[in-house]
Ligand binder design. Sequence first.
Ligand code: G3P
Length: 228
Amino acid sequence: MAIFIDTGNINDIKKYLDFGILRGVTTNPTILLKSGIKGGMEGVKKACIDIAKLIHPLPLSVELTTNDADKMIAQAIEFSRWADNVNIKVTIHGPNGELDNLRIIHELETTHNIRVNVTAMMSAQQCFLAALAGATYVSLFCGRINNMGYNSIDEVRKLRRLLDLHHLKAKIICASTREVLNVVEWLDAGGDIVTVVPNLLEGMIVHPYSKETVKMFLDDAEKLQKQL
Ligand code: G3P
């Protein structure tokens, strides 16, 4: 598992997929909008199908665009038919705390055999309930937790213990990355996956001292070749 990429930009996905370091892709409506996806829902469908095909069999998370309880199941079924590696992101509740979402998450997982990624969660307790409802993935917005002045690492540790203790299948996705350091610290705390924005991946790889060391090797290799 380990690293998913949090973007709708197919060029970024392809670039890091070719490095062999990605295990999946996550999106949401905000990310797709920022990635410049055009053409309404047909454009979204095309972009998602293209990404799903590119990364197959790795998973792609696509979020519902409605919180109307009557439409959510039908939309989840529709999106999940775009490709067999698409899983459906459903928020833990509606914008005003509507509670139908957990029922829908449970129904999608148990009746429709659709893998659900429960999203927009800010605490271990929300994730625990989503896991009990049958979610395949629980997305904890660690960066937003930190922004609110709480310690996301405590929440990841607590959640890890709860899922293990109760033998729940849900994988923990640590989301809302802000710093390069987040990736390793959240995985170390017990997250199964960190979903990373593309610009942080480069920051994980490149180190000024590595640059200097590589330069030394190359300079000396040149001298070595001239050595008689
Ligand atoms: O994966 C969830 C993520 O995209 C939300 O991130 O930066 O809006 O808190 P952010």
